[in-house]
Design a protein around this ligand. Structure first.
Ligand SMILES: [Zn+2]
Length: 323
């Protein structure tokens, strides 16, 4: 529509005091990715032939993902669980919220009674899931409960209609960002694993219901499918999938870096972001931007096949480092 609603929120006078004195400029902070290994403890999740537990597979992959992300400059991870113990669903994103995470990535493996079904899937919260969470937050507010994720303003500082608008806006923005994150991860996975379908799935998953955190759930494959099961238990495959998910997260973060982060400064100062178009080849892009395929491969963590996909984002360094 042509209209845009803008709300300015002010803290209630007298409740907040200004800090005086010299404040050192804040160092560029890391982007924090919450990595959530599904299930755990008494909840094994799906079980594959030969007694392969989903909770074990996804823990291994979550740790690979942590390794990949922690190695990227400007990124840091927080694990919701880091061991084989039970953790309920809401506490998972509450841990992420409390840790100041910028996004939430849950790792699962699927299963189905038809063993022919296979491939990886990426899920975002459905509209139904979002409206259920909105209703829950507003009911909690009525009951005097606290809802995290709304910045410095509490839902109790505003009246019911403003609280509803705040929750709706936050939830809308979160869902839009989740789709961007999901598409980036789906795109990165496309070159590495077989996807069940080449689009995002939507579901009302509890674990994706944080009001503010862009959240996705990756089903890395089907434990009920013999081929997927064999690959998912292979260490090298686990690492490849984790690398691809990390690449997708990085692509999303480079395009949507929050202010005050090292990644935002890097993007501002550093490299050109190039979206691959139909018919592009890596060598052509390299010559167009006076760099080499070797540097582009290295800078973008590309496989040696030089295969690039339409819509993929390439980072093209310039200045001295680009020669
Ligand atoms: Zn699961």
């Amino acid at each position: 529509g042509a209209h845009r609603l803008v709300i300015d929120l002010y803290p209630v006078e007298g409740e907040q005091e200004l800090t005086t004195g010299v404040v050192a400029p804040a160092r560029d902070r890391d982007i924090i990715v919450a990595v959530d290994a599904g299930h755990g403890g008494r909840d094994s999740g799906a079980v594959g032939a030969g007694g392969v537990y989903e909770k074990t597979i996804v823990m291994a992959m979550a740790r690979e993902l942590r390794r990949e992300l922690d190695a990227l400059p400007g990124f840091r991870t927080v694990m919701t669980r880091d061991g084989d113990y039970y953790l309920d669903l809401r506490p998972r994103f509450q841990i992420a919220d409390r840790a100041g995470a910028d996004m939430f990535v849950s790792i699962h493996a699927n299963a189905f009674r038809k063993s022919s079904i296979n491939g990886a899937e990426v899920y975002v919260l459905s509209a139904r899931g979002a409206s259920r969470e909105t209703a829950k937050l507003l009911a909690d507010r009525e009951g005097g409960g606290e809802a995290p994720g709304f910045g410095p303003v509490s839902l109790h500082d505003v009246d019911a209609s403003v609280a509803r608008i705040m929750v709706d806006l936050t939830m809308d923005s979160k869902r839009n960002k989740s789709v961007l994150l999901g598409e980036a991860v789906l795109g990165a996975l496309a070159g590495t694993v077989k996807l069940r379908k080449e689009h995002l799935y939507e579901k009302a998953f509890q674990v994706l219901r944080s009001a503010s955190l862009p959240s996705i759930l990756v089903e890395v494959g089907y434990l009920s499918n013999p081929g997927d099961l064999r690959r998912l238990t292979d260490r090298a495959h686990q690492r490849r999938v984790a690398k691809a998910i990390a690449r997708g997260i990085r692509d999303y973060a480079y395009m949507n870096a929050p202010d005050g982060t090292l990644v935002a400064s890097m993007v501002e100062a550093g490299a050109l972001r190039y979206v691959v178009k139909r018919g592009d080849t890596l060598s052509e892009i390299a010559s167009r931007y006076r760099t080499s395929t070797r540097i582009l491969r290295h800078r973008n963590d590309l496989p040696s096949s030089d295969r690039i996909l339409v819509g993929q984002i390439l980072f093209i360094p310039f200045g001295k480092a680009s020669g």
